[in-house]
Design a protein around this ligand. Structure first.
Ligand SMILES: [Mn+2]
Length: 348
């Protein structure tokens, strides 16, 4: 496996220098942030990031993400144009050494939480989603302002998007995903890039928006649309694990054996009785996912893709981007390194 770390670019309070000091750190996961979704990434921006990472002994070879425009997901009239921009971005990334591109196909919002700084008894804080805090909210009636929801949309734009997604539903979203994959995957294949779809977070409908990258049945369906290693998964244990019905370890073993996992997001979550969840420390005993079994499944199936500790709690007084501090993600990386070393030695 290749250990990696997400870096939000030059404004990120976590520096490349600090990231490079984490044992076994290899790859930087990042993106060009200065252009809007749906636009072509300037080559100089990609090249600059590659060089900046090189200075610190790191490789910028994973992109997270090239965002997919709502018009592609909705199948609007202008989608061909936007898909061509998308393909051009894949070509440009490949030219500068990117091997894996992560994206998601979630309508409107990348993820949903109700609070980003829930304090645990030990004083650490983390992201949570409590159904109690969601109860009674209706995006078509209320002004919903959940953390992480794109503030660039006006209230009316949000309502309009919700109506459009209600019309196309899950069936329409599948069709539009298929249309996208059939154009994009051949380009990725040609460039030697593995596209890695991130599961929906959480993996069930929120406010009636369709969600399709959610469970084993749907992942099977997704992988069959284009049966190629270039059409792979970013298997996020924390996202899929939010649904107690998902057997994450089984999914990891199955898709890794098929060589259809390009990227692993490894983090733990604690599912509560009512289905709410808290992002916990990485250790198995801190959450609902058995991390040892996840890593064991990867090692036994010969996984050689990218791994990153996904989110972390805020600990030791660190401030910054919720979920993306240095300290707890570094602890996560170290823990994951330890599990890999132990599983690899046992597997010899
Ligand atoms: Mn993830």
């Amino acid at each position: 496996m290749k250990m990696s770390f997400r870096w939000y670019g030059y404004d990120d309070p976590v520096s490349l220098r600090y990231i490079s000091q984490i044992p076994n750190m290899n790859s930087i996961v990042s993106a060009v942030y200065e252009v809007k979704p749906g636009q072509v990434w300037p080559e100089e921006s990609i090249e600059k990031m590659v060089k900046e990472c090189e200075k610190h002994g790191l490789v910028f070879d994973v992109v997270e993400s090239i965002p997919v425009s709502e018009d592609i997901k909705l199948g609007s009239d202008n989608r061909d144009e936007l898909i061509e921009v998308y393909c051009e971005n894949i070509r440009r990334c490949a030219k500068y050494g990117i091997k894996c591109v992560t994206y998601n196909f979630m309508p409107v919002f990348d993820w949903t939480r109700t609070q980003l700084d829930k304090e645990a008894p030990d004083g650490s804080t983390s992201l949570v989603m409590y159904w109690e805090q969601m109860k009674g909210l209706d995006p078509l009636v209320d002004d919903i302002d959940l953390p992480g929801w794109d503030a660039s949309y006006t209230k009316d734009e949000i309502k309009d998007l919700f109506r459009k997604y209600a019309v196309i539903g899950e069936a329409g979203l599948w069709e539009n995903l298929e249309y996208f994959l059939k154009k994009v995957i051949p380009v990725a294949e040609e460039c030697g890039v593995r596209m890695a779809i991130h599961p929906d977070d959480p993996p069930y409908p929120i406010f009636g928006l369709p969600r399709i990258i959610t469970n084993e049945e749907n992942l099977d369906r997704f992988l069959k649309i284009v049966d190629s290693p270039a059409n792979s998964l970013c298997l996020c244990t924390g996202s899929l694990g939010c649904a107690a019905t998902n057997d994450v370890v089984k999914m990891v073993r199955k898709y890794s054996a098929m060589d259809r996992i390009a990227f692993m997001h490894i983090r733990n979550i604690l599912i509560m009785e009512d289905g709410s969840f808290e992002e916990s420390g990485h250790l198995s005993k801190c959450g609902s996912i058995d991390m040892y079994e996840v890593v064991k499944a990867l090692v036994e199936t010969g996984f050689d893709g990218y791994v990153r500790p996904d989110h972390g709690r805020m600990i030791w007084g660190e401030t910054g981007r919720p979920g993306y501090g240095l300290y707890d993600r570094a602890l996560g990386a170290t823990y994951i390194n330890g599990l890999f070393e132990a599983c690899e030695k046992a597997n010899k």
